[in-house]
Design a protein around this ligand. Sequence first.
Ligand SMILES: Cc1cc2nc3c(=O)[nH]c(=O)nc-3n(C[C@H](O)[C@H](O)[C@H](O)COP(=O)(O)OP(=O)(O)OC[C@H]3O[C@@H](n4cnc5c(N)ncnc54)[C@H](O)[C@@H]3O)c2cc1C
Length: 456
Amino acid sequence: MKAIVVGAGPAGLFCAYELAKAGVKVVVVDSGSTIERRKCPMKKMGYCVKCSPCNLIHGVGGAGLFSDGKLNLDPRIGGDMLQFMSESEARRLIDYVDRIFSEHGAKGERNIIDERAEALMRKAKMAGVRFLPIVQRHIGSDKLPEVIESLKGYMEALGVKFVLNKEVRDIAVSDGVARGVVARREVINGDFVVLATGRGGAQWLARKCMQLGVPTNYQPLDIGLRVEVPAEIMKEVTDIFWDPKFYIQTSQYDDSVRTFCTCPNGFVISESYNNFICTNGHSMVSIKSDNTNFALLVRIALTQPVENTSEYGESIGRISSTIGGGRPILQRFGDLKAGRRSTWERIKRSYVKPTFLYVTPGDVSMALPGRIMADIREALEMLNKVIPGVAEDSTLLYAPEIKFHALRVNVSKHMETNVKNLFAIGDGAGVSRGIVGASLSGIVAAREIAKRCRNG
Ligand SMILES: Cc1cc2nc3c(=O)[nH]c(=O)nc-3n(C[C@H](O)[C@H](O)[C@H](O)COP(=O)(O)OP(=O)(O)OC[C@H]3O[C@@H](n4cnc5c(N)ncnc54)[C@H](O)[C@@H]3O)c2cc1C
C-alpha cells in the first residue's frame, strides 16, 4: 500500500518518517525546491533575511526549515495535542521527536526546570503574570538546514521518495475514499493521502475542504508587536528558558496577552504577505546580535456577525503597511508613551540599536486598534515587574506581528477527515502551531495508516 504526503514541512516529514519505519511505501510531494533556497544571496545565513522566510520557496523542511528552530517540548505549547491523546502519550511522542532531531544533529541543550524556574514563577505570580516553565531545545536557524538534510538522507535510504517542485492542485476522491492527488495534470495514485501543506497552503486546503464537504472552523488570531531590548535585560531569564512563556490577563479589557518566540541575541525580520508586511524574529547559533526580541501578542476571537479572524488580521496588516509605506513600523516605547512618532534621529540617540532596518520609524498606535495598543502597553508594564528594563523608553517596538491560524479542519483523533483515507495534519489543518506539534500530528496519522496497512 502506498501513502502520499503533500508537504515536506515538519508534519509531512515526520509522517513520512514514521510510515517508512513501519514499512509503508511513501511519496512526499512538495511544491518547493531546496535548490531555490540555495540561490538566495544570503545563503550563508540559511535564508534571506530581507525577503522573508515565508516569501521563499520552502521545499524539504517547509516553514520549519526557515524557523528559529526552537523545539517546545511540552504538549501545552504549539497547538493542543491533548485533544488527540493523553498527556503521557503526548510527552512520550515529544521525547521521540526530540530524539530524532538530536540524532540528526540538533545539538542545542535541553533546559531543565530547577529552583531558578520556581523563583521566576514566584516573581511572576507576585507581579500578576503567569509564567509557564517548559522544556525547550534550540537548534538555531543556521543549523536547521543541516538537520533537515540529514533527516531527508536517512528517509531516502529507508525508501521515501521526494517529488519536489511539484504543486498538488487537487485530491482524487471517488466513492467517498481518497485515491491520490493531482499535480500539474499528473495523477499520483495512492491508498492514503495526507495533507500537510502548512500555513502557506492553508487557503488551498480550506478551498479543497469546502469542495469535498470536510467541515472547518475559524480559530482565534494573535496580533501585536515585536519587542526588542538589550540582551542583558533578559539574560537572567533567557539563560534558564530560551523562549520564556509569560501570560498576562489585562485589567482594562480582560484580554489575554502572551510573549511568543523569544530570540535571545537574535534578529528581527520581516514576514511578507501578498499585500502587507509583518515582523518576526530568529536567532542563530553562530551569529549573535546584542539584542533580544520577542513577540507580544493579544489573542482575538470573533463571534458574530464576523467569525473570519484572518480577514480582520489582514485588514490590520494592510493599514499598517499603508502607514509604514510598505515597511513595518518602528517606534521607541518612550515615544509611544509621549504620543509622538519616532524618527531615525530619535532612534539613533537611543542606546538600543535596531537589528532590522527595513522599517519606517513612526507611530505604532496609528497601525493597531486602540484596544490592542492598550493591552500591549499594560502587558509590557506588567512584564517590567518581572523583567526590569523591558518597558524602558528605549525599548523598540516593531509593528505589526500577526499570527494567522489556519481554519481548523475537523479531523478524528487519528487526523482523518470525513473523507476515508484522507488525513490533514500540521499547521495547515489548524491542528498545530509549531514544529513539535506539527511533527506529532504527522506521527499520529502515520501510525493509524500503518495499522490499517498491517490489517490489509
Ligand atoms: C520565521 C519563523 C520562525 C519560526 N520559528 C519557530 C520556532 O522557533 N519553533 C517552532 O516550533 N515553530 C516555529 N515556526 C513555526 C513552524 O515553522 C511551523 O509551525 C511548522 O513549520 C509547521 O509545519 P507544517 O509541516 O505544518 O507546515 P510547513 O512547515 O509550512 O510545511 C508545509 C509544506 O507544504 C508545502 N506545500 C504547501 N502547499 C502545497 C501544495 N499544494 N502542493 C505541494 N506542496 C505544498 C510547502 O511548500 C511546505 O514545504 C516559525 C515560523 C516562521 C515563519
